[in-house]
Design a protein around this ligand. Structure first.
Ligand code: 16C
Length: 245
């Protein structure tokens, strides 16, 4: 398993479906490669926010111009789903409101850049006592061998103006999933034999004033909650369906 892991780590991502002339093409390729290479990243020196069986959520405290942007790294392993299924439920908007609790309204698709890449506008619940936030980001899904990744990353390309009273968060998030294959390397037909390893990473800049202590408290509560809720949702959603790679 270790050798196949290093092989995958060394491999270049297959090229994506976006027109190479598109203004976001290079950025998407670069950011995605960075996330792809972060699989198995060390959590040394990070603060363990939560540890519950296979679930681990880490944070490092980082301030930029007085704002907390604390990088988060979480790992989890769940039984009953494949990497592809989990990533699909994270990327495909059809499922979003079923598991995402931070949104004030349904995400808006500003543009479909390719069959695997959307440009999205999301408006979040207001976190008292701060201004309401929104974010504009491209969202890309990529599959190679037993690993599937989704990257959500803020951009200014194609972004609508900021509504008054709102502030724009900057986010750089990825979810990388890997199907754990049993001996022989074939996808099991029994869901009880199917396991998916997840690595979630998030860097969110609040984009305007927000009390650091409040952000840190909310983050500490909400990231573990998200990991549990989202992975539980995935397992539940597919439990009566046949397995697929
Ligand atoms: O990655 C996740 N979701 C994706 C699809 O929506 C996408 C979105 C990432 C945005 C994450 C930050 C959301 C902050 C919302 C503002 C406060 C709402 C609080 C509502 C509490 C019920 O990639 C899963 C995201 C899991 C998010 C956990 C919440 C972390 C809060 C950290 C504070 C950030 C700064 C907020 C500035 C006021």
């Amino acid at each position: 398993a270790a050798s196949s892991m290093s092989l995958l780590r060394a491999s270049r991502l297959p090229s994506h479906g976006l027109d190479p002339e598109h203004p976001l093409s290079q950025e998407i390729a670069t950011v995605c490669q960075q996330h792809w290479d972060s699989w198995g990243a060390s959590t040394e020196g990070m603060e363990l926010l939560e540890s519950d069986g296979p679930l681990e959520v880490y944070r490092s405290c980082l301030e930029q111009e007085g704002a907390a942007v604390d990088p988060i790294l979480a790992r989890h392993t769940v039984t009953g789903v494949s990497a592809r299924e989990v990533a699909e439920m994270f990327w495909n908007l059809q499922y979003r409101l079923d598991w995402e609790r931070t949104l004030d309204s349904a995400p808006i698709v500003l543009d479909t850049l390719a069959s695997d890449t959307l440009l999205l506008h999301q408006i979040y619940k207001r976190l008292w006592p701060t201004a309401q936030r929104d974010s504009v980001f491209w969202s890309h899904i990529r599959h190679a061998e037993q690993r599937t990744m989704v990257v959500n990353c803020s951009t200014e390309v194609g972004a609508p103006p900021l509504a008054s009273g709102r502030q724009r968060m900057q986010l750089n998030v990825s979810l990388i999933c890997e199907t754990e294959l049993p001996e022989g390397g074939r996808l099991p037909t029994e869901r009880s034999q199917l396991r998916c390893r997840m690595q979630y990473s998030a860097r969110v800049h609040p984009g305007g004033w927000a009390p650091m202590a409040v952000l840190r408290q909310v983050a500490k509560r909400e990231y573990p909650r998200f990991m549990r809720r989202f992975s539980g949702y995935c397992v539940d959603r597919v439990k009566h369906m046949p397995t697929r790679a």
